[in-house]
Ligand binder design. Structure first.
Ligand SMILES: Nc1nc2c(c(=O)[nH]1)N[C@H]1C(S)=C(S)[C@@H](COP(=O)(O)O)O[C@H]1N2
Ligand SMILES: [Mo]
Length: 420
């Protein structure tokens, strides 16, 4: 393999070039001319002119359906545990104070484009098909449960987590659910490595991408490279924190694609499509791309395609918080897609002075870590800040670049706390 396509960054760069080359070939361009155009400034945009308008258009624009369904979620979503955002439910960080390492299923955030579908496992089948497999399959739920399984602890985070800070910090609102930091959750996921399933479907050497499709109203889908699908911890998940995978989290099965953005973790999977060509759909051309003055168009996508999540930290306190004066053990989490967290620093004076918080085991890569610090709080108004650094040396920056859809907010956040 020329490049490491398990890395989401490399993957999209590679796939885009392949797509442009296909269009160029179809238009009769030579490889030389193609490479020259590609290398030139604005070359990709020029090449895109050879292709269909936007690849996402092929799948049609999303239905305008405003579901009149009373039932959006299967589990209770009380406001002590969740901040409600329509079909989405944000975990309240203060509810995680004093709990264990993983987020209980009853508290795990929900990110749904449409209401959670109800699926009958008796008739449900997983189809594994497409030109990239020699032996297409249909598996029942029972058959899947009998395949070799794995359990891993990993986080899932929505690409839009922190979006509200585009407005509150950068001063320019971004479109989409106005999450604070609660679109993140750690769980123990159990399921069948996708590799086991692809092996049984006789994955061809010519296979390029694997795309899971959801059985929700708009059949949400987004591809991954074959290399990523074959990683040990890329799973077809059927259990979450030791329970049957809950309806809101993808029952009967979802994929877990560790380190990749939330949308890669498709729920209610009905089909795994294995291609021999790059796959471009709405969720990697129009959504989940960076759009804005700092981001050039990247045909066939409207901007750079999102890759990894960003490094973040959050405080397990209400927003804004009020505390009574005295000793407090302040707690929270920090997480990075690049590996373990190396340190978390905190400031209670708005960033003038910083000290190290204590990290609490476990500290697992692609999951996160709990941190805490003792604070003897005197009455007054405070801005509490935390700054995480991961084992690869990435640190939360002071600011980030605004983008229309509000992705990749990872800057240090100023949490308002009043001590009375
Ligand atoms: N079929 C389907 N899969 C989906 C989604 C969806 O709307 N439909 N949302 C995605 C997004 S954007 C995120 S962030 C995660 C959220 O997973 P959770 O709801 O279990 O927390 O699921 C992903 N998988
Ligand atoms: Mo998401």
């Amino acid at each position: 393999m020329r490049e490491d396509l398990r890395d989401e960054r490399t993957y999209w760069a590679e796939r885009r070039t392949e797509q442009l080359w296909r269009w160029a070939q179809a238009a009769g361009l030579s490889r030389r001319r193609f490479l020259r155009l590609l290398a030139g400034g604005g070359g990709a945009a020029a090449l895109a002119a050879f292709g269909p308008r936007a690849a996402g258009a092929q799948s049609g624009s999303p239905a305008q359906a405003q579901p009149a369904k009373p039932q959006i979620h299967a589990k209770p979503t009380p406001s002590e545990l969740f901040i409600h955002h329509g079909t989405n439910q944000e975990m309240r960080w203060e509810a995680m104070y004093g709990r264990g390492y993983v987020m209980p299923n009853a508290m795990f955030f929900i990110r749904n484009h449409d209401p959670s579908p109800t699926i009958d496992v008796k008739t449900w089948r997983l189809k594994v098909e497409g030109p990239g497999v020699a032996h297409p399959l249909e598996l029942t739920y029972e058959e899947i449960l009998r395949l070799p399984s794995q359990s891993v602890v990993r986080y899932i985070e929505c690409a839009g987590n922190g979006r509200v800070f585009h407005k509150e910090v950068l001063g320019k609102p971004a479109k989409g659910t106005q999450w604070r930091l609660g679109a993140y959750g750690v769980a123990e996921w159990t399921g069948v490595p996708l590799k086991e399933i692809l092996d049984r479907a006789k994955l061809k050497r010519s296979a390029v991408d694997v795309m899971p499709t959801g059985l929700d109203t708009r059949k949400i889908e987004r591809p991954m490279s074959v290399a990523k699908a074959l990683e040990d911890d890329t799973l077809l998940v059927y259990a979450m924190n030791g329970d049957v995978l809950p309806a809101d989290h993808g029952f009967p099965v979802r994929v877990l694609v560790p380190g990749w953005i939330g949308i890669a973790n498709i729920k209610w999977v009905g089909r795994l499509f294995v291609s021999e060509e790059p796959v471009f759909v709405e969720k990697n051309t129009k959504d989940y791309v960076l759009i804005g003055p700092d981001f050039p168009e990247k045909p066939p996508a409207k901007g750079p395609i999102l890759t990894l999540q960003t490094l973040k930290s959050a405080i397990a306190l209400p927003w804004p918080a009020t505390l009574s004066a005295g000793k407090h053990l302040t707690r929270g989490y920090a997480w990075s897609p690049h590996g373990k967290i190396a340190k978390v620093e905190y400031s209670v004076d708005g960033g003038k002075t910083w000290a190290a918080a204590q990290l609490r085991e476990p500290n697992l890569p692609r999951a996160g870590v709990r941190w805490e610090f003792a604070w003897d709080a005197k009455p007054g108004d405070y801005t509490v800040m935390t700054r995480a650094t991961d084992e690869k040396g990435n640190t939360q920056p002071e600011t980030v670049r605004w983008n229309e859809l509000g992705y990749e907010f990872s800057a240090v956040i100023r949490h308002p706390v009043t001590v009375t």
